[in-house]
Design a binder for this molecule. Structure first.
Ligand code: PEP
Ligand code: CO
Length: 490
């Protein structure tokens, strides 16, 4: 949680050695070779046991000794988040799985080192906060805000190598691994980038904590939002009503309490990223005082991507041992046996809030892919939180070679996700979106009806296309309406 009292003892600085002893001993991923048994299997687990399994999507560093040196440095630096924040999120996610909360998870496809600056961070936070207010008011549920930020620097790639004009170089794997420029120097994986990524994550999280602590009060008021797009929508009247009712209820609360809403209740924000680059994740994996197990203290809520989740993989081994709430993101290639196998390994104790499944099938495949998986998970008797990522299954190329997504396809997948869960008696407890608070033109459609030609105007992503400010706010309004309708039908 990126707010609230921070009065407890700093974590990661000193922890009790497992097995007791009265002197504090620093135990980090570098020194913690004493394995702890994971409850899922009898196989011992430690923050380094993933190294015994095949690890997909890892860079080939030319200097392995340098990698170990960097891991050592990262392991000695302070953690980015704390175990009590992580446990508080887990508790909230457990409530979301029970239908009591709704998760809004969003941010860039990939953070970039040179975009670690004030206005980009503030505008991302702003849109997520505004979306969450729309959701709170529309759904009457508490919303859990989770950013894809503060560490979303590593990207899975479909190919290890990229060839241009006869030259072949390693693929770009995100700023935490290598540079995007197509030169040998930039593309050679550099372990020192892990330190730079850690530092930027810390700067990002620090700035977000400060914004939440003070400067964002005005954002609670729709009077300050940029709502020009509402006029362009066929749903203009309905959107206007939503906005007015948010304004009215805020003013009502302020009159009642005699203080500004923004100062009355600070909001919580949590961080998430794909746990892809295992040496980085390992380095920040620690034991903490007075708690069992190990926590990944680089983020609250890491997710496991489908390209790295075969059952006997390094990533699955790593994720089974950490105590954070975790998510697995699945697409059309998943099978019932694979998913239930993952639940056995990753969610053996059915701990409330531990396990989230993020589905990303695309508008055309969700209706065939999702229902049998819901049935299979229900048969296991295990509680999971279901989140829909309506972005990654709907990526397409324009004729001119730009990666884009159609707003309508995103909505169709989302709409179907709500409907399928309603029919199955399960609860769609959140959305996972790629967005930015800026006026980019990367996805087509939305109230302004952006078309392929508009994409040229402000197409900035180097990876996946994001919803812009207006499209994001519009999506929140549509989701709010849909959650309310699903609740009415329950
Ligand atoms: C992502 O979340 O940016 C991503 C790469 O997702 P997926 O693995 O689902 O394609
Ligand atoms: Co993406």
């Amino acid at each position: 949680m990126l707010s609230g009292p921070q009065s407890k003892r700093p974590e990661g600085s000193a922890v009790f050695k497992p097995g007791g002893g009265d002197s504090d001993t620093i135990v980090t991923a570098m020194t913690a070779h004493s394995s702890t048994p994971a409850s899922s299997t009898s196989r011992p687990w430690s923050p380094v046991s993933w190294r015994d399994f095949p690890a997909a999507q890892q860079p080939k560093y030319p200097d392995p000794e340098m990698v170990e040196a960097v891991i050592g440095q990262l392991a000695s630096l302070p953690p980015l988040v704390t175990s009590w924040e992580i446990e508080s999120l887990k508790h909230q996610l457990a409530e979301a799985a029970e239908g009591e909360r709704f998760v809004l998870q969003g941010g860039d496809c990939a953070e970039r080192f040179d975009e670690c600056e004030a206005s980009a961070i503030a505008s991302k936070l702003k849109i997520l906060l505004q979306m969450s207010l729309v959701l709170v008011h529309g759904t009457h549920k508490r919303v859990i805000r989770v950013g894809r930020f503060g560490g979303q620097y590593a990207k899975p790639r479909s190919s290890d190598l990229e060839t241009r004009d006869g030259m072949t170089l390693p693929s770009y794997r995100g700023d935490i691994v290598n540079g995007i420029a197509f030169t040998e120097a930039a593309r050679t994986p550099d372990p020192v980038r892990m330190l730079r990524g850690y530092e930027r994550s810390a700067l990002t999280i620090n700035f977000i904590r400060s914004l939440i602590d003070g400067g964002f009060a005005d954002l609670h008021h729709p009077e300050y939002w940029d709502l020009e797009f509402v006029r362009h929508s066929p749903q203009a009247a309905e959107y206007q009503k939503i906005v007015e009712s948010i304004g009215q209820s805020l003013r009502f609360m302020e009159t009642l309490a005699g203080v500004q809403v923004g100062q009355m209740r600070r909001v919580d924000f949590y961080t998430s990223h794909e746990g892809l680059l295992l040496p980085y994740e390992q380095a920040q994996t620690r034991q903490v005082p007075h708690r069992r197990g190990y926590y990944n203290l680089s983020t609250h809520f890491p997710w496991l991507g489908m390209r790295t989740c075969p059952l006997d993989s390094a990533h699955v081994d790593y994720f089974r041992g950490i105590s954070n709430p975790i998510a697995v993101k699945i697409g059309p290639d998943i099978t019932v046996d694979w998913l239930t196998g993952l639940l056995n390994v990753l969610h053996p104790d059915n701990e409330p809030g531990r396990m989230t499944i993020i589905t990303r099938f695309g508008a055309h495949q969700i209706a065939t892919c999702l229902p049998p998986l819901i049935d299979a998970v229900e048969r296991t008797g295990k509680r999971v939180l279901w989140i829909c990522d309506p972005m990654h299954g709907n990526t397409e190329m324009t004729a001119s070679g730009l990666k884009t997504r159609k707003f309508e396809h995103i909505l169709v997948e989302l709409e179907q996700a709500f409907e399928i869960h309603r029919m199955k008696g399960t609860y769609l407890g959140g959305v996972h979106v790629e967005l930015t608070g800026d006026d980019v033109t990367e996805c087509t459609g939305g109230a302004r009806g952006l078309n392929e030609e508009d994409l040229q105007r402000a197409y900035r992503t180097q990876v996946d296309p994001r919803l812009n400010y207006e499209q994001s706010l519009e999506m929140a309004m549509i989701i709010a309406r849909r959650v309310a309708a699903s609740e009415a039908a329950r």
